[in-house]
Design a protein around this ligand. Structure first.
Ligand code: NAI
Length: 332
């Protein structure tokens, strides 16, 4: 493929990039990638922003680079430029891959996205093995185990640095619970555990902050709406894709938390799908404390009520299969 010149930001003649972190977005020209690139360009913790895709990366890069914020933006197009895109990165965010169409489950995306995630993670293992990796590509329940297996094979696996992004489930839960309670969603915090697909998305409505109580109708309504929030968007978009704008917001929020952790800020807690011993499964989403080395602590699930305990059993059954599917994809 013809070498495409690196596209620099408007501040490329500045003496040097502002102090901060180097972040790459893989799949940066997509429905999530573009608004995520915009939000990361606005993040003052980012000094260098690499935008990689197999299509349209130069156009998105030229556009984003005109924003007069601190981060220097560079674009990378196609597999031959993957290594340059990844070298030196502190944080790599992966929204590359195909999204759902109406009637599809996230698992229907496995065949295409598994291979994409494998290739990208092979690049990460080679070029920035110490980077924090945020996996957005679905099915997250399987793509995170795939990434782990790729890193194990390469001898670079650090479970603290590999995080599946489930923030959109928390963002949705906070919004829907805020609506029911008549509260500002910014003041609501709902832990969402398990994974990121259907019944594996388990909101802990008994642990909402601020403390509150729900009728059983409200619990059923909220649980179902949070679990099916993605499908709600897929159906509303009627074939034009899945959640992209709310997802970019969620991914940017999660990436910012990872960067604040890397900077050494105290008390950064987010839900994420990570290698975990909180259940008997090798991967599980729950509250984690982020720090300089990535996931520094996995917080206990806390007390679950009967409804949540039943939900947890259902979630674990499906998660076990999705994890196994990801692991066997690499080791077959
Ligand atoms: P999209 O199709 O709009 O964008 C995907 C981008 O990935 C495209 O620009 C495409 O060219 C690029 N791409 C494909 N193969 C690539 C490769 N080998 N290397 C680099 N880039 C590559 O899709 P959208 O809507 O942005 O969704 C992306 C992924 O995020 C999907 O798998 C979707 O299911 C997932 N997603 C995850 C959510 C979560 O909560 N974790 C929520 C919503 C979507």
């Amino acid at each position: 493929m013809e070498e495409v010149p690196l596209l620099m930001g408007s501040n490329c003649r500045a003496k040097g990039a502002a102090p901060g972190f180097k972040v790459a977005i893989l799949g940066a020209a997509g429905g999530i990638g573009q608004p995520l690139a915009l939000l990361m360009k606005m993040n003052p913790l980012v000094s260098v922003l690499h935008l990689y895709d197999v299509v349209n990366a130069p156009g998105v890069t030229a556009d984003i680079s005109h924003m007069n914020t601190g981060a220097v933006v560079r674009g990378f197009l196609g597999q031959p430029q993957l290594e340059n895109a990844l070298t030196g990165m502190d944080l790599v965010i992966i929204p590359a891959g195909v999204p759902r169409k109406p009637g599809m489950t996230r698992d229907d995306l496995f065949n295409i996205n598994a291979g994409i995630v494998r290739t990208l993670c092979e690049g990460i293992a080679k070029c920035c093995p110490k980077a924090i990796v945020n996996v957005i590509s679905n099915p997250v329940n399987s793509t995170v185990p795939i990434a782990a297996e790729v890193f194990k094979k390469a001898g670079t696996y650090d479970p603290k640095r590999l995080l599946g992004v489930t923030t959109l489930d928390v963002v949705r839960a906070n919004t829907f619970v805020g609506e029911v309670l008549g509260l500002d969603p910014r003041e609501v915090n709902v832990p969402v555990i398990g994974g990121h697909a259907g019944v594996t998305i388990l909101p802990l409505l008994s642990q909402v902050n601020p403390a509150c109580s729900f009728t059983s109708e409200e619990v059923n309504y909220l649980t179902s709406r949070i679990q099916n929030g993605g499908t709600e968007v897929v159906e509303a978009k009627a074939g034009a894709g899945s959640a992209t704008l709310s997802m970019a917001y969620a991914a940017a929020k999660f990436a910012d938390a990872c960067l604040r952790g890397l900077r050494g800020d105290a008390g950064i807690v987010e839900c994420s799908y990570v290698a975990s011993q909180v259940t008997e499964l090798p991967f599980f989403a729950s509250k984690v404390r982020l720090g300089r080395s990535g996931v520094e602590e996995i917080l206990p699930l806390g007390p679950l009520n009967e409804f949540e305990r039943a939900g947890l059993e259902k979630a674990k059954k499906e998660l076990a299969q999705s994890i196994q599917k990801g692991v066997s994809f690499i080791n077959k």
